[in-house]
Design a protein around this ligand. Structure first.
Ligand code: AMP
Ligand code: MN
Ligand code: MN
Ligand code: MN
Length: 278
């Protein structure tokens, strides 16, 4: 049996719901052998996660999902296996979290013009880690107010790209993100490529640029990909000679299509990104 590897997951240190040790417990329950916690732009959960993982016999890989700018849009780069005390990485993540707070104030202002008052305060009530605020925290507040039917609807109506309360976020560039990851001794992985609304040309430019920068892998099997997309990105991994990653993008029980560690395996003709990380 292949190892059950899940290299994309979130805790309450970013926009997930469970504490890092509880995500570890769920990984154990779901028979995960190798796990990475990859909170958005934040490393605070790693020590707790690693400790809990090791006590449960799970191999742990340091992770973070970095928000980076490419073609004026945010894309997500999962970093794996880096040194968690790298000063340049830590200060870049701190800068991104500051940009998140600036964006949150602007989202608050946009929502106010739409008749939703004190949204920042409401969102902050859903934040567990005061260093990190995201759109999910606003979605929870909008749901609490009854302004949307469900979580997804909050993004479709207000928070998603180009919706009524969308505010673009500033961040570091893709080039900066990949350089930071490599310098910290990690591997860079393009997260959920199927989610980006890029043209064919923009996609091939993204893969070429990422390769030139030293990026090593793309996610093939991940929570937001369809079965057809597993196949599509498996073929692209081969074509570009990228290693392949597998991760649920777990945020909370009952949220998202796929539970921690519960996705199909990678096709066995691909080189798994964890090959050199174990
Ligand atoms: P942020 O990093 O604050 O811009 O928020 C991005 C996060 O919001 C993602 O990691 C998901 O957790 C969530 N998200 C983004 N788009 C959607 C969507 N269309 N539906 C549901 N959740 C979403
Ligand atoms: Mn998220
Ligand atoms: Mn993501
Ligand atoms: Mn994620």
């Amino acid at each position: 049996m292949p190892l059950n590897v899940d290299l994309h997951s979130h805790s309450n240190q970013s926009d997930g719901i469970l504490a890092p040790a509880d995500v570890a417990q769920r990984a154990h329950t779901n028979k995960v052998d190798v796990w990475a916690l990859t909170d958005h732009d934040e490393l605070t959960g790693l020590d707790q996660a690693r400790l809990a993982a090791h006590s449960l016999g799970i191999k742990f890989i340091n992770g973070v999902e970095i928000s980076a700018l490419y073609c004026n849009r945010i894309i997500h780069i999962v970093a794996l296996g880096f040194t968690a005390n790298d000063p340049n990485l830590l200060s870049a993540l701190e800068l991104i979290r500051t940009k998140r707070h600036e964006r949150a104030q602007l989202i608050n202002n946009k929502l106010a013009t739409l008749g939703v008052d004190n949204a920042l305060q409401g969102a902050l009530a859903h934040v567990d880690n005061p260093r990190l605020i995201g759109r999910v925290h606003f979605a929870k507040y909008l749901l609490e107010l009854g302004l949307c039917k469900n979580f997804q609807h909050a993004f479709d109506k207000y928070l998603g790209e180009n919706k009524a309360a969308f505010v673009p976020m500033e961040s570091i560039s893709l080039e900066q993100a990949v350089n930071l990851i490599l310098t910290a001794g990690g591997k860079a992985v393009i997260a959920h490529p199927g989610r980006y609304k890029f043209s064919r040309q923009q996609f091939s430019a993204l893969f070429d640029t990422f390769k030139d920068l030293g990026g090593q892998a793309i996610e093939v099997v991940t929570g937001s990909h369809s079965v057809a997309q597993y196949d599509k990105y498996a073929r692209l991994a081969l074509k570009y000679n990228f290693e392949a990653s597998r991760g649920s993008d777990f945020h909370a029980p009952g949220i998202g299509k796929i539970d921690l560690g519960a996705m199909p395996n990678l096709p066995d003709y691909l080189k798994p990104v964890w090959h050199d990380l174990l």
